[in-house]
Structure formats: structure tokens, C-alpha cells
Write a protein that binds this ligand. Structure first.
Ligand code: AOF
Ligand code: ZN
Length: 349
């Protein structure tokens, strides 16, 4: 196995923590000695030990002279836990391979420096893109003070998310729905607008996934229309109101009320609650507001082989000419059952 293959194992370790670690990143580590994996670990939760600590614990004496593969630069600071760089040095690791640097100002290259100063061979950038995507929420919190925002929708082959008339069933098939449940399990919060909360009354929970946990519902309800009986209201629900507004849900012990004068202001406050990844499931009205504010970081789009003719578009804000259209970078294209899943980066081109 080569470095990339071992790093893929470390990314798979990290994956076990995705959606559980905020505001910390999901991180994975494998320790390899003479071609054999002798230790594995992942960061399970903020406040608990880091990935390297679990992997070193498993490896024990076999870590001496071994190579450690870590998906994030090992930390150099005393946070809730002591520095991982020190732990790797103390264990006698000979080589450390890192996927992505840690943008946390308390680390930011110092972890790598510390390792090199101790005579350890350090290599970086192995599966960096994959690691950065996995850590997108954490990186967004640290560098921008707001969550990573993903707009997810399913549309027909002619680009419609719903028919104009009544009787709208699901656009995509069961495989797509299962994937959405996996995403809900991995994100910190799901956002919907008041319209969706009232009309569709979604539960916004994880169903049919063993070991799944529900994300926090975030209801963008500027005027305070959502009633206490909405199914998305549960322990931990966040209600975002316009400044100066009152809501029937005020004082409901299940709900955290935020007041915002703009979407960026709302996102800043969600970051303050430790929300690092936000999945937009609210439909075109809410998504258009995010789009107009330049706040969509990633698109996950199911394209179903169906035609509707006229219908509702996934975004409502018109761009005047093809020249002015937002270009996106496609990250992946997959076939799921009868549907095509396109993931695109909001890194406008
Ligand atoms: C690592 N390995 O598994 C993680 C790292 O408060 P603490 O001690 O948990 O430190 C949190 C910071 O440590 C976090 O902001 C990030 O910079 C880094 N996370 N580092 O070496 C890990 N989770
Ligand atoms: Zn650490």
C-alpha cells in the first residue's frame, strides 16, 4: 500500500466522527509499521482525546519507528487536550504523513514545525482535497466564523423541484432518500424556512439509519409564524427571527431563539452555537436568499430522469444573462438507483 492508500484508511477512520465533533474537526489517524496497520483512531467528540492519541494507544511500543498518517496537522497547543505533536514525538514515530494543515491560529503550521524540529520526517498534502472536504465545517468556522452551507435538492431532468399544482410527490428515488438520511446524520443542523415548516411540516430527523442521530432543526422564521405544534420543534431546535420580532415559540424550553438583521448575522450566531455544517432543505425561497447573499458553499443535486415542463426552479433569483451565470466546480458525479447525484463546489469560477 502507498501513502494515499493508508491516508484513505485514516480518512475512513475520521468519517466515524463526522457530525459528532463540532466545533472540532473530524480527524482520523492510522499508524503503520513494516506495512502493517498497528494503530487506528478517530476524534469522537470535542473534549475527548484526539485521533492520534487513540491510534498511539493501540500501537503501544510498535509506534516506535513507525509512520503515522493523520488527516489533519497534529495539534501543537494545549486546548481541552494536550498537544498531539508531543505525543507523536514521545512515542518515537519516525515519519508523519498529513493530509491537510490545521487553520486554527493556535496551530497553523506549528504542529508540523514541532515534529520536524524533533527530527521526524513530515510530508503533507496527501489526499488534501478529500480531507479538506471532510473538514469543511470546521475550516469554515475557523477561517470565516460561519458554518459551511450545503444546498441539497432533487430536480427533474428539466430542472424543476416541484410541479406547479397540488399533489407533489418525491422527485428522486429511495437510494437518493437514503443518501439524504446519511447527510442529515453527518451535518450539525438542517435549515428550512417558515413556508416549508408550515406547508410540509417536515420532521427533519434521521430515519432508517442504524446509530444515526438527528441534526438540530434551524427554522428561518423572520416574522415568527411557526407554531409550537410544528414537527420540527424538538429539544435543541433553533428559531431565527428578524430583529424586534416576537414569536409564539418564545419561552418554549425546547427552542433557542436568535434574532438576526441579515443572513450573515444569523450564520455568525449559528457558529456561536457550535454549528459548523448547515444543510439547506428549505426549498427555493430560503435557498435563493442564501444564493443572493453568496452564502452557498456546496450544492448536492439529485437529477431524476423525469420531465415536468413548467414547475418550480431550485433557485428563484434570476441572473440576467448566461455570461453572468454562476459557474461551479463539479466535485463528483454518481448514479444512485435511477438518479444522478452531482456534487459541486460553491467555489465560484
Ligand atoms: C489533532 N487531532 O483529532 C483533532 C485536532 O480543545 P482540543 O484540545 O480538543 O483542541 C481542539 C483543536 O485541536 C481544534 O480546534 C483543532 O485545531 C485541533 N483538532 N487536532 O491533532 C485531532 N480533533
Ligand atoms: Zn491534537
Amino acid at each position: 500500500m502507498n501513502d494515499s492508500e493508508y491516508m484513505a484508511l485514516a480518512l475512513a477512520e475520521a468519517q466515524k466522527g463526522v457530525g459528532r465533533t463540532s466545533p472540532n474537526p473530524p480527524v482520523g489517524c492510522v499508524i503503520v509499521r513494516d506495512g502493517e496497520v498497528v494503530g487506528r483512531g478517530f476524534h469522537p467528540k470535542a473534549g475527548e482525546a484526539h485521533a492520534e492519541v487513540f491510534a498511539l494507544r493501540e500501537a503501544g511500543e510498535r509506534a516506535r519507528g513507525a509512520t503515522a498518517y493523520v488527516t489533519l496537522e497534529p495539534c501543537s497547543h494545549f486546548g481541552r487536550t494536550p498537544p498531539c505533536a508531543d505525543a507523536l514525538i514521545a512515542a518515537g514515530v519516525a515519519r508523519v504523513v498529513v493530509a491537510a494543515g490545521d487553520p486554527n491560529p493556535q496551530v497553523n503550521g506549528r504542529g508540523l514545525q514541532k515534529l520536524r524540529a524533533a527530527g521526524i520526517t513530515v510530508e503533507t498534502g496527501v489526499l488534501e482535497t478529500e480531507a479538506e472536504a471532510q473538514q469543511a465545517g470546521f475550516r469554515s468556522l475557523v477561517t470565516r466564523g460561519r458554518p459551511h452551507v450545503v444546498y441539497k435538492y432533487a430536480m427533474t431532468l428539466d430542472g424543476k423541484v416541484a410541479a406547479l399544482n397540488e399533489g407533489n410527490g418525491p422527485v428522486s428515488g429511495p437510494e437518493a432518500r437514503a443518501r439524504v438520511m446519511a447527510w442529515r446524520n453527518e451535518c450539525d443542523a438542517i435549515a428550512v424556512g417558515a413556508r416549508t415548516a408550515l406547508l410540509d411540516d417536515p420532521q427533519l430527523n434521521v430515519r432508517g439509519l442504524e446509530g444515526g442521530r438527528d441534526p438540530r432543526p434551524v427554522l428561518f422564521d423572520p416574522e415568527g409564524h411557526v407554531p409550537p405544534t410544528a414537527r420540527a420543534i424538538r429539544e435543541g431546535t433553533v428559531l431565527v427571527l428578524r430583529e424586534g420580532r416576537a414569536a409564539p415559540l418564545e419561552g418554549d424550553p425546547r427552542v433557542t431563539v436568535l434574532r438576526a438583521h441579515s443572513l450573515p448575522h444569523a450564520l455568525e450566531q449559528l457558529a456561536g452555537l457550535g454549528i459548523s455544517t448547515l444543510l439547506l432543505e428549505g426549498g427555493p425561497t430560503l435557498a435563493s436568499a442564501f444564493f443572493e447573499a453568496g452564502l452557498i458553499d456546496e450544492l448536492r443535486v439529485f437529477v431524476a430522469p423525469k420531465l415536468l415542463g413548467a414547475g418550480l426552479s431550485p433557485l428563484l433569483s434570476p441572473v440576467r444573462s448566461m455570461h453572468a451565470a454562476q459557474g461551479l466546480a463539479v466535485r463528483s458525479v454518481d448514479v444512485l438507483g435511477n438518479d444522478v447525484l452531482i456534487v459541486a463546489d460553491g467555489r465560484w469560477q
